[in-house]
Design a protein around this ligand. Structure first.
Ligand SMILES: [Fe+2]
Length: 143
């Protein structure tokens, strides 16, 4: 069901933001500043879409989950409780950004089936935003 899938995706976006913040706060090494800034750019962009995301759930006549407990049961991205090496931070966030693109793609198709064109447009934009995050992470990890 579209509303349920949107709730899952909202929780997953939140989990992505928290993970990018973990990496922003805890990264260390010779590339510290560059990675600290990259992770900040990423979490800021994703966080900037959270409110629109939640409001899109209201537009399809459902209530928006808004608690850490709900988010942690709904998210499709695994939490990262540890402090990783910089290369692992990049590769893990890259996999998550690619996963986000796939989820956005599926939801776009679901939305289009129901002719929610405004929502589809929003989801297409989010897919593209994660494609950009994935590109930046991929380019950063190239040796
Ligand atoms: Fe900061």
């Amino acid at each position: 069901m579209l509303a349920d899938d949107l709730k899952t995706l909202l929780a997953t976006e939140y989990a992505f933001v928290i993970k990018a913040q973990n990496f922003h706060w805890n990264v260390e090494g010779p590339d510290f500043y560059q990675l600290h800034k990259l992770f900040e750019d990423i979490y800021s962009e994703v966080y900037g879409s959270i409110d629109d995301f939640a409001e899109n759930i209201r537009k399809v006549k459902s209530y928006t989950p808004a608690s850490l407990a709900r988010f942690s049961t709904l998210t499709e991205i695994d939490d990262e409780a540890g402090v990783l090496m910089p290369e692992s931070m990049i590769s893990e966030l890259l996999l998550d950004a690619e996963k986000m693109q796939e989820i956005m793609k599926m939801l776009f198709m679901e939305s289009e089936k129901l002719h929610h064109h405004g929502l589809s447009d929003f989801l297409a934009g989010r897919q593209d935003a994660f494609a950009k995050h994935a590109w930046f992470l991929r380019a950063t990890s190239k040796v």
